[in-house]
Design a protein around this ligand. Structure first.
Ligand SMILES: Nc1ncnc2c1ncn2[C@@H]1O[C@H](COP(=O)(O)OP(=O)(O)OP(=O)(O)O)[C@@H](O)[C@H]1O
Length: 349
């Protein structure tokens, strides 16, 4: 049974009097050794939440505790340096005139110079930068600078590491490899982490659980697979990837849709908004069995390992993802078939 490390309970934070708060009544937990992500668009309050956990900001209401120790509540505000939390900033925040070793060693205070150096070499080895220890930051690649920032953040063996968009300034190839390296290191060392990102693919591949944020609130928390495949709201369905929304009537858990009867999760009867991912729709040739309405292929995009098609049925366009062998062309008449659909709460009008 995993133990709870960080507990964020109903925190609210505003910056301007008489304006709505930036973080609104957010609650979530992070377990020991777990990688958690906060995912949401720019300005939704992710960094503010991270800064509250780090102690750079104080919550207006709510509590934050770590391993049952109160860090922030109405009476307590433990300063950042006493929280046992490491922080990797978006811009790495390395000292330009200190070399790699000095930058990393800076993360460890209150120990002898010898011990500091030993530990700095130890973490440089972990991030694979031992041979660059005497370089200045501006003589390193972006990925290497990122690893120095990581080494500095973990040198003091924090219980929790906070990562604020740490990969966003790397180019796409380097971003993926650095992300995988950092993830392996965190897992190998058993370091718990909270990653903040606006990139859904990054959150899905990096985190073991994630919380999707919208305008200062948490819309849904779950494993990447759960949140992607079973979104509770239209916002979450849309933010986590392309999807098809369909208004449909449901009876006994089955919806009547333009492409036949589809099993629905999340609603048993009545009118509902359904989300169907493009990979859950299939295109079939009209002469195969089935009595659904036919559609016309109006768009086709080759994505390397697969295709995304657009098919129009009754004046509505739907996205369908197929594998690379799909034989349909623009103008073809096809039938659509859905494996399953998820009923979601519509966005407020
Ligand atoms: N110290 C502050 N004073 C006033 N407003 C602030 C302060 N810090 C953040 N904000 C505002 O709070 C809102 C949320 O900012 P925050 O940085 O938490 O969002 P974010 O989701 O991390 O966005 P991004 O991905 O762009 O960094 C923004 O409108 C920002 O301008």
């Amino acid at each position: 049974m995993p133990t709870q490390l960080l507990t964020v309970n109903a925190i609210t934070k505003g910056f301007v009097a008489n304006q709505p708060p930036i973080v609104k009544n957010i609650s979530f937990s992070v377990y020991t050794g777990e990688i958690f992500a906060l995912l949401g668009p720019s300005g939704c309050g992710k960094t503010t939440t991270l800064r509250l956990i780090a102690g750079f900001e104080k919550a207006d209401t709510g509590t934050i505790s770590m391993a049952a120790r109160a860090l922030d509540d109405s009476n307590i505000h433990v300063p950042p340096e006493s929280r046992g939390i490491g922080f990797v900033f978006q811009d790495y925040a390395l000292f330009p005139h200190k070399n790699v070793l000095e930058n990393v060693a800076f993360g460890l205070r209150k120990v002898s110079k010898k011990k500091r150096q030993e530990r700095a070499f130890e973490v440089l080895e972990m991030v694979g930068l031992t041979n660059l220890h005497s370089r200045l930051p501006h003589h390193l690649s972006g990925g290497e600078q990122q690893r120095v920032a990581l080494a500095r953040a973990i040198i003091a063996r924090p219980k929790l590491l906070l990562l604020d968009e740490p990969f966003s300034s790397l180019d796409p190839g380097l971003r993926q490899s650095t992300r995988e390296e950092v993830r392996s290191l965190l897992k190998a060392e058993g370091i718990s982490a909270v990653l903040v990102t606006h990139a859904q693919e990054e959150a899905l591949s990096f985190a073991e659980r994630l919380g999707v944020m919208k305008e200062g609130t948490l819309e849904q928390i779950g494993t990447p697979e759960r949140v992607y495949r079973h979104p509770q709201t239209a916002y979450v369905a849309d933010f986590l990837g392309q999807t098809n929304f369909i208004h449909a009537h449901i009876k006994d858990g089955i919806a009547e849709t333009p492409f036949g009867r589809v099993k629905v999760e999340g609603a048993d009867s009545g009118n509902a908004l359904l989300s169907i991912r493009p990979e859950c729709l299939q295109m079939i040739t009209p002469d195969s069995q089935g009595n659904t309405k036919s559609g016309r292929v109006v768009g086709q995009a080759f994505k390397g390992h697969d295709f995304t098609y657009q098919v129009e049925v009754d004046g509505q366009q739907y996205f369908i993802q197929t594998d690379y062998r799909c034989p349909f062309q623009i103008g073809d008449t096809v039938l659509l078939k859905a494996e399953s659909a998820v009923a979601v709460t519509p966005d407020p009008a």
